[in-house]
Design a protein around this ligand. Structure first.
Ligand code: GDP
Length: 197
């Protein structure tokens, strides 16, 4: 799929204030620093798309981007913030879990996993939570240019194996690198496929 337009639409602090729209939504989530902003920029073909999401305050909002005037890219707050106060952490986790479990327009969640790391409990738990709620998700292993291909492959296999112990079936997955552009056409191709389904 060619991206012809990508524009920031709005930010929402909770499910209730999410935009009133019938467009299909694709959400992106992962631990902070996993490479989410870089990947969103790569997908949009813009250097600064996700800039708004990383401005102070906006990191805890649900950010909506209108793509090709046809679908919505949704940037969800990262999980695993140690710095956030416990109460506000609970608040934004509620916003995210409400969005993920109740948003009718949501077609798929892309869960970003750092390909340099061995399986992290927080990522496995999150995937487990999605699967338990029958929320469709796909994995994206990020920063694949940063380690040797053999290490990336080993980490992917370890993650899928660990997930197998918790979740039925194997999720679809993609590999990405914002340095080489790897994964862009595959991920957008997948979105296109779901949009047409
Ligand atoms: P976010 O906190 O998840 O939005 O992560 P960012 O997109 O800000 O990325 C965190 C850091 O990792 C930044 O310094 C990026 O330049 C770097 N980074 C992200 N993706 C890649 C990648 O695919 N390859 C390389 N080499 N660096 C990356």
């Amino acid at each position: 799929m060619k991206i012809t337009s990508a524009t920031f639409l709005t930010s929402s602090p909770d499910l209730e204030l999410c935009p009133d729209s019938v467009l299909q939504e694709f959400a992106f989530i992962g631990r902070s620093n996993v490479g989410k902003s870089s990947l969103l920029n790569l997908l949009a073909g813009r250097k600064d798309l996700a800039k708004v999401s990383s401005t102070p305050g906006a990191t805890r909002l649900i950010n909506f981007f209108l793509m090709n005037k046809d679908w919505m890219l949704v940037d969800l707050p990262g999980y695993g913030y140690a710095k956030v106060r416990k109460e506000s952490r609970a608040e934004f986790q509620k916003a995210v879990s409400d969005y993920l479990s109740q948003r009718e327009q949501l077609r798929c969640v892309f869960v970003l996993i750092d390909s340099r790391l061995t399986p992290q409990a927080i990522d496995l738990e999150f995937c487990d939570w999605l699967a338990t709620g029958s929320i469709p998700f796909v994995l994206i292993f990020t920063k694949t240019d940063k380690s040797k291909a053999t290490k990336v492959k080993a980490n992917v296999e370890l993650f899928l194996d660990a997930l197998k112990e918790r979740v039925e079936g194997e999720p679809r997955y993609f590999m990405s690198s914002t340095k080489t552009g790897k994964g862009r056409s595959e991920i957008l191709g997948f979105v296109e496929q779901v949009l047409k389904a």
